[in-house]
Design a protein around this ligand. Structure first.
Ligand code: HEM
Ligand SMILES: *[C@@H]1O[C@H](CO)[C@@H](O)[C@H](O)[C@H]1NC(C)=O
Ligand SMILES: *[C@@H]1O[C@H](CO)[C@@H](O)[C@H](O)[C@H]1NC(C)=O
Ligand SMILES: *[C@@H]1O[C@H](CO)[C@@H](O)[C@H](O)[C@H]1NC(C)=O
Ligand SMILES: *[C@@H]1O[C@H](CO)[C@@H](O)[C@H](O)[C@H]1NC(C)=O
Ligand SMILES: *[C@@H]1O[C@H](CO)[C@@H](O)[C@H](O)[C@H]1NC(C)=O
Length: 320
């Protein structure tokens, strides 16, 4: 009997261990040490969003960049030093902003529960909050990440580029343990926010020997983008919103792709590949299935390269 119990327990542990291969994260991680942590973060993020409606898009993208470079370890939050150029000063950083929101939350967290809540967890929680505040799905954030001590500008070159086709995107996601479905789902983050011309203008003029603009762009939309991004003279802040409801978390992004209005080649390419097209079309038809999948894929994104051996930074911009 005792043998049977310990035997079943072992089996259970094995199954649990496999399905939770990153079992170090836990939904109740701060329940004893800082039960008010999530509320503190939520209040700061909500207040910041009422002052600046760009905050949700910026925080969501920041979390993606954090997790894709060195795992979700808050490496994206570190400032450059005289000896080291950090990720936030790497090339694809044009729209990385709103770091002050994470700083504000962290200052309040340090007052309430000193040296307890990591910057990586703070960003993961804030990323969930901005989706909720924008009308998107809610989910339970797993916690217990530690903050890394390394951040290198050149490693941002390993982020997927907006010029990537679906094969390249699938490869980039699979290198982080994310599936093709996660790729299509998480790209739905582009339901929020804005892009500068530089990220898509190669599609607009001189696209190829036989095409002036990318033939997969809706011609009317291509004309729109050209007007927004005139050549040669324009100001560096010019660009376009990533879907037509830039502050609302909804499935409009997928509807735009189906209509040939994906802003990046990477967005639009998912309609051309049989491995992703069906998912794009399903999400364009059914917002609730997108919401359910988005919540699940964000949890998976939050598990990428989680760091157990780091520290809890006091100031998210510098290592302790
Ligand atoms: C699939 C590969 C992806 C590529 C190639 C990509 C690329 C880009 C680029 C080039 C920009 C615009 C930068 C600029 O010019 O200002 C952008 C913006 C954005 N991305 Fe992505 N991204 C990807 C995936 C994701 C994911 C997974 C998320 C989050 C779940 C995300 C969230 C955002 C958001 C919210 C913005 C708008 C930022 C703002 O308005 O400040 N992206 N992305
Ligand atoms: C709310 O956000 C604004 C703008 O960032 C800031 O000036 C203000 O201090 C914040 N208020 C609270 C209570 O955090
Ligand atoms: C982006 O990187 C450039 C240098 O490559 C730097 O001058 C700029 O401050 C960075 N932007 C942000 C928001 O960190
Ligand atoms: C970044 O630079 C470091 C040296 O500073 C180098 O060891 C590393 O391989 C580079 N990484 C990439 C992705 O280029
Ligand atoms: C995707 O891009 C890569 C690199 O440019 C290229 O080798 C590959 O043929 C492309 N795949 C498709 C399906 O277009
Ligand atoms: C298109 O490319 C050709 C040859 O590469 C160049 O001569 C021409 O100026 C380009 N046109 C535009 C509008 O950039």
């Amino acid at each position: 009997m005792a043998f049977q119990i310990s035997y079943s327990l072992t089996i259970l542990l094995i199954i649990f261990g496999i399905s939770q291969s990153r079992a170090i994260l836990d939904s109740l991680y701060y329940q004893k040490t800082c039960p008010q942590a999530e509320n503190i973060i939520y209040q700061v993020v909500r207040n910041a969003t009422t002052y600046d409606p760009k905050v949700p898009a910026r925080i969501l993208r920041m979390f993606f960049h954090d997790c894709f470079v060195r795992g979700c370890d808050a490496s994206v939050l570190l400032d450059s030093t005289t000896k080291n150029e950090a990720e936030k000063d790497g090339p694809p950083n044009t729209s990385l902003a709103a770091f002050y929101v994470i700083d504000d939350a962290k200052t309040k967290l340090e007052k309430a529960c000193p040296r307890t809540v990591s910057c990586a967890d703070t960003l993961a929680i804030a990323a969930r909050d901005v989706v909720v505040l924008s009308g998107g799905p809610n989910w339970v954030v797993l916690k217990g990440r530690k903050d890394g001590r390394i951040s290198r500008a050149n490693e941002t070159l390993t982020l997927p580029a907006p010029s990537f086709n679906t094969s390249q995107l699938i490869q980039s996601f699979s290198q982080r343990g994310l599936t093709t479905k996660d790729l299509v789902t998480l790209s739905g983050g582009h339901t929020l926010g804005f892009s500068h011309c530089s990220s898509f203008e190669a599609r607009l003029r001189n696209f190829s020997k036989i095409h002036d603009f990318d033939p997969n762009l809706n011609p009317q939309f291509a004309q729109d983008l050209k007007t927004k991004c005139p050549k040669p003279n324009r100001d560096g802040s010019a660009g376009h919103f990533l879907d037509s409801t830039q502050s609302v978390f909804d499935n409009d992004y997928y509807k735009r792709i189906v209509g040939g209005e994906g802003v990046f080649l990477s967005d639009q390419s998912m309609l051309l590949d049989y491995r992703t097209r069906w998912i794009v079309e399903a999400f364009a038809r059914d917002q609730s299935s997108f919401f359910g999948e988005f919540a699940a894929s964000m949890v998976k994104l939050g598990n990428v390269g989680v760091n157990e051996n780091g520290e809890v930074r006091v100031n998210c911009r510098v290592v302790n």
